[in-house]
Design a protein around this ligand. Structure first.
Ligand code: ASP
Length: 339
């Protein structure tokens, strides 16, 4: 059997953190801790691995779109050298990074598995060791050709998952798409759910970090605060986090007028539900019919993280607003159900 070799890319996050006077902080030198902890495991059953660290390591709450370029660059540059990749990442924004890498690394022929933990590997009792070991096995030995998150026994499509628990060890779920696999007594995968193989089409574009804004709808929302949000001329697209199947207060005419004028100036509005298990049906209720009239695009059942990253990706790679609108409705990498 040929030896498999994977690359671990450590970005920071709880998995490699240590306690400090100000709370948990990322510390370098994780490679040594991993090697130490894995020496108690059945090392021969693991793929060979190299490990690199981001400089500086981050708490993923500090993630910035530039970090996606760094991550994608590492995978693209070393793509031929390794059989798979594990990205160790903080849980706070892991769903954003996994979503974005799925768009940047379309047509992957190898696994790119994000994982992390709720308790650091340096603690006696932790969820880090199992997440790490299983992610390594998935990246080294399993025919997964896409960006996934592995966490607490669940293998999830990267652009379908979200962090659903702040403290529970089962922190991630995929509310609108089945799990790609689960690790219990055995690792069981569901290949019928995997993306169809296709040739790699990797892109590592420059992002404008201000280009996408998120606007949660809430009772009493007022036109002025919405106008302030979109007065930043760098904002090109706004995710409306609407109620239920895409509803919002249509009787607030000043608010609707601000949306309508902004849409007329070319700002693109993308409708995503505040519900975790979601679908958008604009016009199901009269209060959302106005969105069809303004030209708001339905985000269907996409997670807010996938919607945010898809907008950033398309704004950075498409040639025209018409192309962006058209691509938003297309299933690029399994982020929405194919109509
Ligand atoms: N704040 C941490 C981070 O996202 C939380 C975690 O990793 O669980 O980096």
């Amino acid at each position: 059997m040929t030896t498999k070799k994977i690359l671990l890319i450590h970005t920071g996050g709880t998995i490699g953190m240590q306690a400090s006077e100000r709370g948990y902080i990322p510390v370098s030198g994780f490679a040594q801790l991993i090697t130490e902890r894995l020496s108690h495991s059945h090392h021969a059953a693991l793929p060979d691995f190299d490990i690199i660290e981001l400089h500086p390591l981050i708490d993923s709450a500090n993630l910035h779109p530039d970090h996606w370029n760094t991550l994608a660059e590492q995978v693209i540059r070393q793509y031929e050298k390794y059989d798979g990749f594990v990205i160790l990442h903080g849980t706070d924004t892991m769903a954003y990074s996994a979503s974005m890498l799925s768009f940047m690394l379309q047509g992957l022929g190898k696994p790119v598995i994000f994982t992390g933990s709720q308790i650091p590997l340096s603690e006696l009792r932790n969820d880090a060791l199992d997440n790490l070991i299983t992610a390594m096995l998935l990246a080294g030995f399993h025919p997964v050709n896409e960006v996934c998150v592995y966490f607490n026994g669940r293998l999830l499509r990267g652009n379908r998952c979200c962090k659903v628990k702040a403290t529970g060890l089962d922190a991630f779920d995929s509310p609108n798409f089945p799990w790609l696999g689960q690790a219990g007594l055995h690792i069981e995968l569901h290949p019928r759910l995997f993306l169809a193989p296709r040739s790699p089409q990797f892109q590592n574009p420059t992002f404008n970090s201000q280009a996408v804004a998120i606007l949660p709808i809430y009772p009493g929302i007022n036109a002025q605060s919405v106008a302030a949000l979109i007065s930043n001329t760098d904002v090109k697209a706004v995710i409306l986090r609407s109620y239920g199947v895409g509803n919002l207060p249509d009787e607030n005419s000043e608010f609707i007028e601000v949306l309508s004028q902004a849409a007329g100036r070319g700002i693109l509005f993308f409708n995503i539900s505040q519900c975790i298990q979601a679908d958008i049906i604009q016009g199901q209720y009269a209060c959302s019919t106005v969105l069809n009239e303004i030209g708001v695009i339905s985000g269907a059942e996409m997670t807010v993280e996938a919607a945010f990253c898809k907008l950033h990706y398309l704004l950075a790679t498409c040639q025209s607003p018409a192309e962006i609108r058209q691509q938003l409705g297309i299933n690029l990498v399994g982020e929405i159900d194919t109509p």
